[in-house]
Structure formats: structure tokens, C-alpha cells
Design a protein around this ligand. Structure first.
Ligand code: BMA
Length: 309
């Protein structure tokens, strides 16, 4: 049996649930806010560029989409320049009273990461562009570690398959002390590239990271999800990387869509009962949800680990 139990009524959101014109609903960041579950989801417009919408729910499965988009490309300054082609794949971290949203900003200059902040999911302040080009998948830890903000990210490189790195910051603006923490493994389900998925979740055994891994086939790339555990005090240290995937495209809505054979997560919500709700885009077209037990994911990482580097 799969370690992630799919919600039986998946998909939980499709373009038909969106009151404005979009082609897809996928790759949503997720958070609990004011007793509700919120998703910030990506949608392709009919020109192929992406914007971000907001949906809310009382049970984490039945969502209602706001009448207006939440984030569209900025009209101001540097953000305007670097968001020209769209904003994609938001991740949300609650830290010190604020919700931090990291998102991919696309432009003629490549893809880089923007950081925006909100306290109420109504107004949003674009804070800074926190990478140069050729980065995606930035997730910020929900606590400072040794006094510093910490993030996982995925730079693009020609020399090694795209890997997961860690960096630190005093102010969320300037990042450094970067180190590679995890690499794809040759002839393995994640051999082509990996990237952080949901922001890390604190458990008593370590920071649990749900990431995506890609395998290239004669029929294109297959996106799956995996799990890894980082040391609580020094998250650059890997305690284990589960050898097997935890989710792969199996249902019709994951196999066929805008891009076939994709499950891609940007958010997961830990619950007080030790379960975690995981949200993923199915085939870059719809939003799906499922549930897992945190302890089980942690023991997979600790008991059946492949090498991290
Ligand atoms: C990645 C990103 C994701 C997308 C995935 C599968 O490179 O563009 O947003 O879900 O490809 O198409």
C-alpha cells in the first residue's frame, strides 16, 4: 500500500472551480491561517504564462477559490522586469508572525526566486528577489536555526545533475554559507534532477523534507515525490534520504493533463494528530491531496536510506 493515502475525491481543484479564465490549477503552497486551510495555487493563463490564485477550506479538502487572483506579475520596478513571463510555484512559510511566500519569477532573463510577505492573505508586500537567474524551488524553514533563517533551493548546473542546496540569511535578503546537501543518484527514480517541494516540517527526529525527483524516459520525464530527513540543529547534515519514492503518477489525473506523468508538491500541512496533509499538482493541470503519517515518513528516511551526496 502507498505511504500516501490519496483523498478519494481527488482532484480537489480544477480550472472549473476558478471564477476567472485559466487553463490549469496546480502546484499550490499550503498553510493553515485563522483556523482555515489556504492554498496558493498556480494557474496557466490562456497565453501560457502563470499567475497565482487563493483558495480556502475548512476541512483541507473542499476548497473555494477567491473571485480575484492573489498574485499577478508586478507592475513595479525590478519585480516588473523579472516577472514579465509570470509567477509560479509558490511555497508558504509562517515564521515570526509573517507568512513568507517564495515563488518563481520568470522573465526574458531566466527564472529566479521572489520573496513576498503577507500577514492577512489580503495585502502582499514584495520583499526581495532572493536569487539570481537559474534557481527554482526555494523553501524557507519555519524557524531560525542558530539565529539564522535557512532555506533549501535548487540551482541549475551543467556539471552535476540539479541538486538541493542549503543557504542561510540574517535578514531574508542576503543569503550565504551555501552547501550542497543532496544529489540525484545514478540509475535511480530521481536520477535526472531533484528539487525541494514543501517547506521542511519539524519532527522530533529531524526536519522532514518532501522533495521531487525526476527520471527521464523515452516518453519524457516522470516527476515523483520523495522524503528526506535533515538534522534539527544542523540541517546541512542529512540523517537519511528514503531510497524509494513516496508518490508517483498513477491516477488518470496525474498521468494525463497539461504535462503528463507529473506529481509536484509545493506544500504540506502537519496536523496535531501526527498526520500530514500533502498537496500536489497532478499532470500540471489539477490539484490533489493526500494524507500520510509523519512518523512513517521519518522511519522510511532513517531505515531505508540511500546516500545523500
Ligand atoms: C518543472 C516546473 C514545475 C512543473 C514541472 C513539471 O520544471 O516547471 O512547475 O510542475 O516542471 O512540468
Amino acid at each position: 500500500m502507498s505511504i500516501i493515502k490519496r483523498y478519494p475525491e481527488n482532484p480537489i481543484l480544477t480550472k472549473d472551480d476558478v471564477p476567472y479564465k485559466v487553463a490549469t490549477v496546480h502546484n499550490a503552497g499550503a498553510v493553515k491561517y485563522g483556523g482555515k486551510y489556504l492554498l496558493l495555487f498556480r494557474s496557466h493563463l490562456l497565453n501560457g504564462r502563470s499567475i497565482i490564485g487563493l483558495a480556502e477550506s475548512t476541512d483541507g479538502y473542499n476548497f473555494k477559490v477567491n473571485p480575484e487572483p492573489f498574485m499577478i506579475p508586478s507592475e513595479e520596478g525590478d519585480f516588473k522586469l523579472y516577472e514579465e513571463y509570470g509567477v509560479e510555484d509558490p511555497r508558504i512559510t509562517f515564521i515570526e508572525g509573517e507568512y513568507l511566500i517564495t515563488y518563481s519569477a520568470y522573465s526574458r532573463y531566466g527564472v529566479r526566486i521572489g520573496l513576498a510577505k503577507t500577514r492577512d492573505f489580503k495585502s502582499i508586500e514584495r520583499f526581495s528577489l532572493i536569487t539570481e537567474a537559474d534557481y527554482r524551488n526555494v523553501v524557507i524553514f519555519p524557524e531560525r536555526i542558530n539565529g539564522l533563517y535557512a532555506r533549501l533551493d535548487r540551482p541549475h548546473s551543467e556539471i552535476t545533475p540539479w541538486s538541493i542546496w542549503i543557504s542561510y540569511s540574517k535578514d531574508l535578503k542576503y543569503w550565504g554559507d551555501s552547501k550542497v546537501v543532496m544529489r540525484p543518484v545514478k540509475y535511480h527514480w530521481d536520477e535526472m534532477k531533484i528539487g525541494p517541494g514543501a517547506p521542511p516540517i519539524k519532527t522530533s527526529s529531524g526536519w522532514l523534507s518532501i522533495y521531487h525527483g525526476v527520471f527521464q524516459t523515452m516518453d519524457g520525464s516522470v516527476y515523483r515525490l520523495g522524503a528526506a530527513l535533515h538534522d534539527l540543529k544542523d540541517p546541512s547534515k542529512m540523517l537519511g534520504v528514503y531510497d524509494e519514492w513516496i508518490l508517483q503518477p498513477e491516477e488518470e489525473y496525474e498521468i494525463t493533463g497539461y504535462v503528463h506523468n507529473v506529481v509536484f508538491t509545493c506544500g504540506a500541512i502537519p496536523e496535531p494528530d501526527g498526520t500530514v496533509k500533502i498537496y500536489w499538482g497532478g499532470a500540471d493541470k489539477v490539484m490533489c491531496a493526500g494524507e500520510a503519517v509523519l512518523d512513517e515518513l521519518v522511519s522510511c528516511c532513517l531505515n531505508k536510506s540511500r546516500s545523500a551526496l
